[in-house]
Design a binder for this molecule. Sequence first.
Ligand code: GRF
Length: 218
Amino acid sequence: MKLGVLASGRGSNLGAILTAARAGTIPEVALVLSNVPSSGALERARAAGVPSAALEPSGFPSRPAYEEALLARLRSAGVELVCLAGYMKILGRPVLDAYAGRVLNIHPSLLPAFPGLHAQRQAIAAGVRVSGCTVHFVDAGTDTGPIIGQVAVPVLPGDTEESLSARILEQEHRLYPEAIAWVAQGRVRCETSAGAQVARALWRDAPQAGGALPSPGL
Ligand code: GRF
């Protein structure tokens, strides 16, 4: 199995994925794509010698044309599992249909709480005592797909968006490679029942399969 990673920003989760791929705990990363040519993610890919490309939506006549170009790149690189790692676009139908049940995302909250932008800011504003990160299968909604795994972290008195983000990010870097391994090994899969667009994460060998890593500091 080959992985493709889509990222828009600094690419620290991509870094964790590349480290795990080098260690052989997850499959190789065949391609990194970014909608932001100057992104740290592309720099990391180049430094690691992994094929990469910038595809800017503005360079295409329409959104579907952009999505078709993404899909063509993923396919020609032989990508079988797509990992969104700070990809700041909603993934469109062409890729979601072609990779049904084979697109993962990481989000910096315990979904279904605080989907969308600024999840850590939302958590602090809500006054929750616990937040964390979630890896889930991607569906057409925003951060709504079936949950694969989560790690909880405490929200401490005096936390700022920055301090909470840093505590969560550390756990993102543990969880994402682990969740990718579960999917790559077939321990978790997304089931879609014909036409109904309902998906579930299944634990073939539950309860040992995981689903949550030990949560530090709780
Ligand atoms: C992470 O917090 C991730 O959960 C969210 O976007 C951020 C990306 O950070 N989806 P990085 O680019 O991987 O460092």
